[in-house]
Design a protein around this ligand. Structure first.
Ligand code: FES
Length: 136
């Protein structure tokens, strides 16, 4: 193989790698990860979550959170941010869910308050039966 042809192939390979390394993050930003939940049932005692408190769980393979919203009752949401998939955290003092990656904020029903998330957090089915909370 002559030197000129070898350099041409090498530069083409390096250029393709560079383009792919820029295109993939851009594609992930434009098309956020799909929200698939492998929903199963999980039972938690009501006493485990006091009013105003939250409990982080994993439902199937999905990180989720159950919040006992003062005066409203229980709600279950996925913790997977709809922007790029970081895990949101409950901020008890501010009564919000916060995504630490890019400062996304959600209310306690999962609606976007501010930041880059394009959609609300996914709500998970929840029912209260006797002294138990059943998620899924
Ligand atoms: S991943 Fe970017 S705001 Fe949550």
């Amino acid at each position: 193989m002559e030197r000129r042809r070898f350099l041409s192939i090498l530069l083409t390979a390096l250029g393709s790698t560079a383009i792919a390394s820029f295109a993939y993050p851009l594609l992930r930003f434009v098309a956020p990860p799909k929200m698939k939940t492998n929903i199963q049932k999980l039972t938690i005692r009501k006493d485990d979550i006091a009013s105003g408190e939250a409990k982080e769980i994993v439902l199937g393979s999905t990180p989720a959170i159950i919040i006992n919203v003062a005066g409203k009752g229980y709600i279950a949401l996925t913790r997977v941010c709809t922007h790029l998939g970081c895990l949101v955290q409950y901020d008890k003092g501010e009564q919000k869910l916060v995504c630490p990656c890019h400062a996304g904020f959600f209310d306690l029903e999962g609606h976007v308050l501010s930041g880059p998330p394009p959609k609300p957090l996914q709500t998970l089915p929840l029912s209260v039966e006797g002294g138990n909370i059943i998620i899924g």
